[in-house]
Write a protein that binds this ligand. Structure first.
Ligand code: NDP
Length: 335
């Protein structure tokens, strides 16, 4: 039964930012395994752009958004073997499938929602869950053979973005030498200030040559590449033998098909295509990763930087800025 009306942002077809429409939707009571959450802030992510544009095709109409924080208003019954871990009044935050966080209030599965520690504000909670959990699984779980040790070199593209600035700080806390790329000198300076050991402006410098110079021709153990089409091939040339290419995004477009033979000639390389949603399939995994993230933030090792705030009604402008590479750090939608 529908109880409330909520403002929400929806698309009726894939396309540009102009497809994002603010509409009224009806929200009901949570069923088994579900909660109803009233948002305080919503996180903006590059995956929202893929889902809007149609790079990732989803059924229409589609309420976008994968990340938010807020207060739990109502909870459904627990599921068999999965008691409800939240109660009305809890502060909470999440990164979730299915999409739908661009709204004031929604009903959603409880399993991906975590209690938000009191020391973390709603705005930070909304900014950090999807991006921070992504850095958690990349740096902690997406490692080359033999693992990563303090002092190791890794290359991280788009290092001044939302995911990127968290990665710079987390890598520094692990003692890694993160080489960050970014598209302007100002962005490079920001990445450096957040813990990148070295920075490369890949809009004007040859990043392969610079990585070889920085690593004394050895190459890096891992490349974390969310840029995709524009960087994938050259990133393979930055790896040392048996190095790991961790592709996790397509900001410049999807990676072109390639023959596995080139992995042999470039040094018996490993390639993986990672997505957060393979890592947070169970509540236990999600909570374990979130606890690690919360500890990094509350201890001050990782500072979540919100550089852009837009009211929910101005979401079109938020998408335009993100796609035009005009943002740094995290962006949130305010309610
Ligand atoms: P960012 O804030 O990092 O924004 C994207 C950045 O990508 C831009 O600022 C820009 O930085 C860089 N970029 C390079 N080429 C282009 C291009 N042609 N068009 C637009 N941007 C470009 O976004 P997020 O922090 O939200 O996400 C970062 C990346 O991580 C995205 O690709 C996203 O899809 C991916 N991701 C993947 C996840 C997964 O689990 N697989 C989970 C979360 C994020 P610059 O100007 O410095 O080049």
């Amino acid at each position: 039964m529908a109880l409330f009306t909520s403002k929400a942002v929806r698309i009726d077809q894939h396309g540009g930012p102009e497809e994002l429409k603010l509409v009224d939707v009806r929200v009901g009571e949570p069923g088994p395994g579900e909660i109803r959450i009233r948002h305080k802030a919503v996180g903006l992510n590059y995956i929202d752009v893929y889902q809007r544009s149609g790079l990732y095709r989803l059924p229409m109409p589609l309420q976008l958004g994968m990340e938010a924080s807020g207060v739990v208003e109502a909870v459904g019954e627990g599921l068999p073997g999965q008691p409800m871990h939240l109660k009305a009044g809890d502060r909470a935050a999440y990164a979730s499938q299915p999409p739908g966080s661009y709204c004031e209030v929604r009903v959603m599965p409880a399993k991906c929602v975590c209690k938000l520690p009191d020391a973390i504000s709603f705005e930070l909670g909304a900014a950090m869950m999807l991006k921070g959990l992504t850095v958690q699984y990349l740096l902690r779980r997406t490692q080359p053979q033999g693992g990563l040790q303090a002092g190791d070199f890794v290359l991280f593209h788009a290092a001044a973005g939302g995911v990127g600035l968290i990665a710079c700080q987390w890598a520094r806390a692990m003692g890694l030498q993160l080489i960050g790329t970014a598209g302007s000198d100002e962005k490079c300076a920001l990445a450096k200030a957040h813990g990148a050991a070295f920075v490369i402006n890949y809009a004007k410098e040859d990043f392969v040559a610079r990585v070889k110079e920085i690593t004394g021709d050895l190459g890096v153990k891992v490349v974390y590449d969310s840029v995709g089409k524009d960087t994938f091939d050259r990133s393979l040339d930055c790896l040392r033998p048996f190095g790991l290419m961790a592709s996790f995004g397509n900001a410049s477009g999807p990676v072109e098909p390639f023959s596995p033979g080139i992995l042999g000639t470039k040094g018996s390389l490993y390639v993986t295509r990672q997505t957060l949603f393979s890592h947070i399939t169970t509540r236990e995994n999600t909570q374990e990763m979130a606890d690690d993230l919360f500890e990094m933030v509350t201890s001050g090792k990782v500072n979540i930087r919100i550089d852009q705030r837009f009211p929910l009604a101005e979401v079109q402008q938020a998408h335009r800025m993100l796609e035009a590479r005009k943002t740094t750090g995290c962006t949130i939608l305010t309610l």
